[in-house]
Design a protein around this ligand. Structure first.
Ligand code: MEV
Length: 428
């Protein structure tokens, strides 16, 4: 064990073999945690520490997040209550407001393509590209058969590996990349696609006399796309001037990467929060969404135009790979309850909801930015969370946040100062 003078070492052999109690005690020493901090770590909610310990490695605690419900959503004529897990104030209020405005014009119309994922197999040592390509295409059906032997369930549903694509890259070795196109139905698909890629690689090496390297799904899913559309009536959003401003905000995001990052971040605020509540892989959703422009050339995932009555029409086109079976979505009780609240019958319906949520979130953000700005509403909620963070509780939070907003002085220091004053007054 290497210990630098005067410092504690983070090299802890066998840390993963320790019990949770033992890990906590290591942590206590390493980070000088006091008894209150230790008690906080030991307190868990509905996710039991034993289940947590089985889900990931080196568990010491669990973490709770607020979950709120977004009402008002009407998507393809069906009403939804949408659960969101998020630490950021304003997201839920903004989304619900957008859903209410869209509802006045019939809500959102969403559609999702078949859930087809891409698995990639990298070939890095080979003879002649055209020959390798021909050999692989000649053996297309055996490759698909081997891949499909990895999932009897998908095969029995008429889904599974469906096709093959072959490309040559411009990297140092001119790698050949084989894409296995897999219809994964109600799964996110990572496990089954990875297994399929690993199972066909040795066969490909044999028939094409080559060496394979990576065998893994792509988190970019151009064949698994969701679209949603809604009309926001001009009189409900501040008139024609605001409609023009929103369109111009979209036009900026579509060409300026600095704005696109923020614009698309706002879209993912909503989508990630639903994914988190249902314990789906939000990192893959982020990677997917933020790389999609490489294929379309559009930096913005949404677009806006006026209809013939000068109302605002918003649209989103976004790759979404989301499952309702597998992963942690069924293991953790609350995640499955939130999925039950969503009332979805397949992964495509889930993707339809997510696309509508992303559009609603984006509309709300750029509407506020194009009108009064976001700080007014945001800071009021931020003031509440600052008040809570300095220890205020119950009505103290409202009192302190109210004063901070009305005096336009919103900071942690101010919140602490006000809490002291309030408590002095009430002799707490
Ligand atoms: C904040 O989390 C998200 C926004 O910045 C999105 C946007 O600017 O469009 C409000």
């Amino acid at each position: 064990m290497s210990v630098r003078m005067g410092e504690k070492s983070s090299e802890i052999p066998g840390f993963h073999k320790l019990s949770i109690k033992e890990r906590l005690s290591v942590l206590k020493d390493f980070s000088d945690l006091d008894d209150t901090e230790m008690a906080s770590l030991m307190k868990t909610g509905s996710l039991s520490i034993d289940l947590a310990d089985r889900l990931i490695e080196n568990v010491v605690s669990t973490l709770e997040l607020p979950v709120g419900i977004v009402p008002n959503f009407l998507i393809n004529g069906k009403d939804y209550l949408i659960p969101m897990a998020i630490e950021e104030a304003s997201v839920i209020a903004a989304c619900s407001n957008a859903a209410k405005i869209a509802r006045a014009s019939g809500g959102f119309t969403s559609e999702s393509s078949d859930p087809v994922m891409i698995g990639q197999i990298q070939i890095m040592e080979y003879g002649n590209y055209e020959e390798v390509k021909r050999t692989i295409l000649d053996h297309r059906s055996s490759i698909l058969e081997i891949a499909n032997s990895r999932s009897k369930t998908l095969s029995s549903m008429g889904a599974g590996a469906k096709d093959i694509e072959i490309r040559k890259l411009n990297d140092r070795r001119s790698s050949i990349i084989i894409h296995l196109l897999v219809d994964v139905r109600d799964a996110m698909g990572a496990n089954v696609v990875n297994s399929m890629c690993e199972s066909v690689a040795p066969y490909i090496e044999e028939i094409a006399q080559c060496k394979t390297n990576l065998r893994i799904l792509s988190n970019l899913t151009p064949y698994r796309i969701s679209r949603s559309k809604a009309t926001f009536r001009k009189e409900l959003i501040g008139g024609e001037e605001i409609v023009e401003r929103i369109i111009s905000a979209y036009e900026m995001a579509n060409v300026d990467p600095y704005r696109a990052a923020t614009h698309n971040k706002g879209i993912m605020n909503g989508i990630d929060a639903v994914l988190l509540a249902t314990l789906n892989d939000w990192r893959s959703a982020e990677a997917n969404a933020h790389t999609y422009h490489e294929l379309t050339g559009n930096l913005s995932l949404t677009s806006y135009h006026k209809d013939s009555d000068s109302n605002l029409v918003g649209e989103i086109e976004i790759p979404i790979a989301v499952g309702i079976v597998g992963g942690s979505t069924n293991t953790v009780k609350k995640a499955s309850i939130f999925r039950k609240i969503l009332n979805i019958s397949n992964s495509m319906e889930f993707a339809n909801i997510l696309a509508a949520t992303g559009l609603a979130q984006n509309f709300s953000a750029i509407r506020a930015l194009s009108a009064e700005g976001i700080q007014k509403g945001h800071m009021a909620l931020h003031a509440r969370s600052l008040a809570a963070s300095v220890g205020a509780s119950g009505s103290e939070i409202d009192q302190i946040a109210g004063i901070m907003v009305s005096t336009n002085s919103i900071s942690m220091t101010k919140a602490k100062e006000l809490l002291d004053e309030v408590r002095k007054r009430t002799n707490k």
